[in-house]
Structure formats: C-alpha cells, structure tokens
Design a protein around this ligand. Structure first.
Ligand SMILES: [Zn+2]
Ligand SMILES: [Zn+2]
Length: 498
C-alpha cells in the first residue's frame, strides 16, 4: 500500500534511504579500483616508479616494510626508505587532494568512453528533481528563484501531469525514459512480477533497485553514453543499475542523508572536469518537499520551509551554473504533488473480500488463476464502495496507461477518495497526513512542476499541462541526441525551445 499511496518515503529513517545500502561512504580509492582517474594515475606512478614495484598501497606504511620478506626486523626503517615513504605519502596526499576537489560525493566511476568530438560540441543539461514539489507550491509558498526561472525560461504554470500511479520510482523513471510506467516496467515503488515467479521489486532493496533486468527503455544517461557523451547522476531512481548496457560515467549510491549543499557542489565540480571527461547530462535529486508533505501535509509550515529551502538551492545552483561560463540548460521538475488525506485510517481490501490465496503487494493484487481473478474482481465490484473502483487489468481506462503489464496485478483497484488503500492493513492508521499516488485527472493535487531555462530555452514560454513522458524528447533535443523510441510527442515541448 505504501506504494500506491506514496507514503513510501515518509515513515522512518530507514525509509529515508529508500534506494540506498545505508549511509556508508566508500572512499574513492576503494570505490572502483581500475576505473577511477585516481586509480589510473596511481598505477602509472607505480609502473614508473622502479623503486616501488608493488605500487603505492603496498609501500605506504612502515608496517608493510617491516613485515615484508627479507627486511631486517628493525623498529625504524632506514632513512632512504623513510624519504621514499615521505615522498610517496606526499604524493598520495596530493592526489587525494585532487580527487577530493573533484569528488565531493562518494562518486562511482564507470569505465565509459570519453566524450566524442561531436559530444564535446553539445550543450549541457542539469536536470533536478524536487520530490513531491506540488505544481502550485512556488506561487503558494513563494519560491522566488523558481518563479524567476519561469520568467527567464519555460514553465508549466498549471503543472505537469505525472503518469499513473503518481509515485516516486515510476515517475522518475518515466522522466528519463519518456515511457509510461507500464512500458518501462517500474509500475510502482514495490510490486510483484508474475512473469518472474512473483518475485518482488522494491526500491528499498539494492538487489532489485540496482538490477537492470527490471528496467525497460533507454534512460537518458544510457542513451548519452551509447552516443559517446558522458553523463552523471547525483542521485536519480534507476541510476544505480546497468540499463541498456550502460550506467552514467559518474553516479552516487543513494543516501538521503547526504548533505544538500554538497550534492549541488558535486554537480558543479563535474562541470569543471576536463572537456573530454565532463558530463553533458547531469541529474540531481532532493527529497525535502516530499518528506515534509507526508509528515505534515501540503498546507503545513514545514512544507513552506522545505519549499524555501530547495528554492534557495535552485537559486544557488543557477548562479553557479552561470559562473561556469558553459552553455548549460537547467531543468527543475518533480515526480508528483501531494494531497492531504481525507481519512488516515487504512482501508483494507481483505475486509471486503477473501484474499488469502492471492499474492499481494500494497494494494496490488496478484491472484494466480483466472477464476480467482474473476472472483475477487466481482466481490470488490459488488461492494459499490465509493472509495475505489475495480477493473480487470485489460479494462482499466486507457487514459491511465495502466492496463497491460502483469506487474500491475489483476484485478486493479483505483482509489477514488484520498484514503490509504491496501490489501492487508497492519496498523489502524498511516503515520503520514499527506500522500500521493492518486489519479492526477481526478486529483489535481497530484500535478508536478516543470521549469527550464538556459541558452536553448525560450524565455517566458508558458506551457499548458502536459504529460511527463514528453520531457525525454525535450532533453534529447537540448543535447542533440536522437531519442530512443518513447511515448512522448516531440511537438509537445517544441514551444519551449529557443
Ligand atoms: Zn512521497
Ligand atoms: Zn516522490
């Protein structure tokens, strides 16, 4: 249920690191040996330095020397060795310093190709997601930097339409693939796949979150890398998995506690890399508004403060991007909005129908036989309960684009009131007061944001609400990349181009 209503990110500290393996940082030196610039420099030093045939690591400490075979068991190493150690240590410190200046976050480096000559001529895109930033927050709470972006660039004053369900993982992955959730396969934050023996995908489980076999489509970063253009991700759902044969050249294992300011600094640091290594597409992610919305509701002072906080970050980012002197287009989007729940008591489907033979995940139902599917469908339908509607999978209204992927379950329950629905409730009420996941056509509170500005974006372009599948083609256009097949229409955002 967590998934369907998007109370996912709310509850606990653990849930705040939803696609993380915890907050443990791996240092750059041990992160991905052999793939980082640091490693390359280190090994060339080791090869060149004939006095240290085993490389820096093995001769870094006196202990190694003392315990090494054939060494005399003296408490202190010889002066010559000491000097050697001192200079190696200095070198290590120097190189670490360089590494730190470039990597502010615990960046993983992929052995992707350098920018092609064509890629070097392309512009840059920094795409930011402000999770759960509702379409009307900027005007409602005052977000001067985002409102200025709207003036200087393009915006969707009435909001951008999230795909159904209006939940974090499906929509972030839609934004980078241009595919509806049922086409890219991440139909919920957590779901089962009947075609994989009812295996469970969970955004919180590294084993599935970082397993590319769950993800369809060609995300923007994989598309770029495949065309000889480097990409980087300072967090984004899906960025930790190898998809369509690639990962971003630079990516960071998700840790929601990682400092907001440092995320931004990392993005800017990437833009200061040498031309051949510099990523042209960078994603960045902040969850502040989503957490505040779940915990305190969209009308709360806490949401107002979160809006001001992330808006400040966007102002700072804009300034820093301009200061690079590079042609950077900056895009700020959100995955969905936020609504105040009408009733916080869990509404459990198993109170209405016997579900004990059906596999379930949240409110998604996966009965194993046709007879069971039909029985559950009929029983739920017969309740005539105004809080939800029940469809056989194939009959879910086409506009929801949610009717032909087995991961969606069958039958499908669509909430029609702002209540938390689940198959089996473990508690009486949910902890949050705000939620999302609902049909954006029925609940405009689900609408998301879209702001863009930069050398390729038309100033003052105001777009009527459009579906978020259209962002993919737009980003491809800015980067000069031929998009992979997707559900968007190029003309939808053509008005936003300069
Ligand atoms: Zn959320
Ligand atoms: Zn979200």
């Amino acid at each position: 249920m967590e998934c369907l209503l998007g109370i996912d990110l709310k509850k606990s500290a653990a849930a705040r690191a939803p696609y993380a393996g915890g907050g443990h940082f791996v240092t750059r030196m041990s992160a991905s040996p052999g793939t980082s610039r640091w490693s390359a420099q280190e090994s060339s030093q080791a090869t060149n330095g004939s006095a240290t045939p085993k490389g820096i690591y093995t001769s870094r400490s006196d202990r190694t020397t003392r315990s090494g075979p054939g060494r005399q068991a003296s408490l202190f190493p010889s002066k010559k060795i000491m000097n050697l150690h001192t200079s190696i240590l200095a070198l290590v410190v120097l190189l670490c310093g360089v590494a730190r200046a470039q990597d502010i976050a615990p960046v993983r480096h992929e052995p992707n190709g350098l920018n092609s000559a064509k890629a070097k001529r392309a512009h840059y895109v920094v795409m930011v997601s402000l999770d759960g930033f509702r379409w009307d927050y900027a005007a409602k709470w005052g977000a001067p930097h985002l409102l200025k972006m709207a003036e200087e660039g393009a915006s969707a004053p009435e909001g951008m339409l999230p795909s159904y369900p209006s939940i974090t993982f499906p929509n972030h992955y839609t934004l980078v693939t241009g595919l509806y959730p049922e086409h890219h396969g991440i139909v919920d934050n957590e779901f089962l796949d009947p075609e994989r023996g009812y295996q469970k995908y969970s955004y919180k489980d590294k084993k599935t979150d970082a397993d590319g076999s769950w993800y369809g489509g060609v995300p923007l970063w994989s598309l770029a890398e495949r065309r000889g253009m480097r990409a980087a991700s300072m967090f984004w759902p899906g960025s930790e998995a190898e998809i369509a044969g690639k990962r971003p050249s630079y990516w960071v294992p998700f840790d929601d506690k990682f400092d907001d300011e440092k995320r931004l600094e990392q993005v800017v640091a990437w833009l200061k890399l040498p031309e051949a290594e510099r990523p042209h597409l960078i994603t960045l992610y902040y969850s502040n508004t989503d957490h505040a919305g779940h915990d305190f509701g969209p009308e709360s002072d806490e949401v107002r403060d979160a809006v001001h906080h992330v808006d400040g970050l966007m102002g700072e980012l804009e300034e820093k991007l301009k200061a690079t002197g590079l042609p950077v287009d900056m895009i700020v989007v959100s995955d969905h909005g936020m609504a105040q729940l009408e009733d916080r008591r869990w509404f459990a489907l198993d109170k209405l129908v016997d579900l004990k033979d059906a596999a379930t995940e949240g409110a998604n139902l996966y009965p194993k036989t046709e007879a069971e599917k039909e029985r559950i469908y009929r029983a739920l339908r017969a309740t005539n309960d105004s809080r939800f509607e029940t469809y056989r999978l194939k009959d879910v209204p086409g506009r929801l684009e949610f009717n032909h992927n087995a991961r969606e379950g069958d039958p499908v329950v669509i909430p029609r009131k702002l209540v938390p629905i689940t198959a089996h409730a473990r508690q009486e009420t949910i902890k949050g007061v705000g939620a999302h996941g609902y049909d954006p056509a029925q609940f405009p509170q689900m609408k998301a944001i879209f702001y863009a500005e930069g050398p390729d974006v038309k100033a003052g372009a105001r777009l009527s609400p459009f579906e978020n599948v259209n962002v993919y083609d737009f980003v491809c256009e800015l980067l000069g990349l031929k998009p992979a097949k997707n559900d968007g229409k190029k003309k939808m955002l053509a008005r936003a181009l300069r």
